[in-house]
Design a binder for this molecule. Sequence first.
Ligand code: SF4
Length: 342
Amino acid sequence: MDKINLKKLSSKEIEGIIKEWQLPSFRAKQLIHWIYHRFASSIQEITEWPKSLREEFSKNYFIGNIKLIEKKVSADKTEKYLFELKDSERIESVLIPDKQRLTLCISSQVGCPLKCKFCLTGKIGFIRNLEAWEIVDQFIQISKSLIKENRRITNIVFMGMGEPLLNFENTTEALWRFKDLVEFSPRRITLSTVGIIPALKELPKRAPNVKLAISLNASDDTIRTYLMPINKQYPLYELIKTLKNYPLKPRQRITIEYVLLKGVNDSEENAYSLCKLLKNIPCKINLIPFNPWQGCEFERPEESRIVKFQQILISKGYSVFIRKSKGEDILAACGQLKAMYN
Ligand code: SF4
């Protein structure tokens, strides 16, 4: 019989195994604690268990780990982690320090099928979905490496490689495990999506309290379809209708992400039409001036144009933030993850 990776199991399944082994129920709690809170990478590390039990248990089970193969630190202290998976595929995660916050940006797929024009991950194409445990393990491996520095991740964003709602089952399972096993509050997790409408409608039922961010990037279908071909399948009208009906808790808002591309979507007219489009949606807007990468066809707008765009939105009553680009020098910024694929 093949050994079973304990990280693939839910808490219920772990409890079931412990019962099957006729062990006291606290052994299940210990196992979960050692995997998700002390980040044990092998059963042998669970020193709270007698050696004989560890040895017996290791005959049937193991603790799987995605393998950290490279870490780069940018001039602004953003960290990029490159992981290798069991089948030798590669993904990246990014750790972004900002005042009291330490935000982990995780990947949900190897590559991405959506081919947004401004994104380097889209150039890789789709390789495969990540399993739920591989999504959570990015958090575990990085948290483990932070222990000696006395640092803890405070927020998680699904904004790395891939479109999380195209990997719906594994993403929602991972969100559940963050809550149930890692005990990480869903209120400190943001899922960013282009707006895969059927999955977006299901999301609040499967992952209530998780914050939502929409990668919008345009206020009309012509520009959005040019930038994001998925817009043909799920056009703005449908997306906006879904957002208007999205169940939000009092004071909760949807984050609208808008990558500003010089001469493409950064005009005053674009700003006014964005205001009109977002009317009656409780939201805040993050403007992300484009981070150019080698060979891309887009440029970052001039500072004055970025500020003008922001002012127009503010004048119409929106909360608008200009996101400072982080980790550009190590290709860790938004839309720059390619995990060494060429
Ligand atoms: S922006 Fe997101 S959805 Fe679009 S290609 Fe890149 S990873 Fe995929």
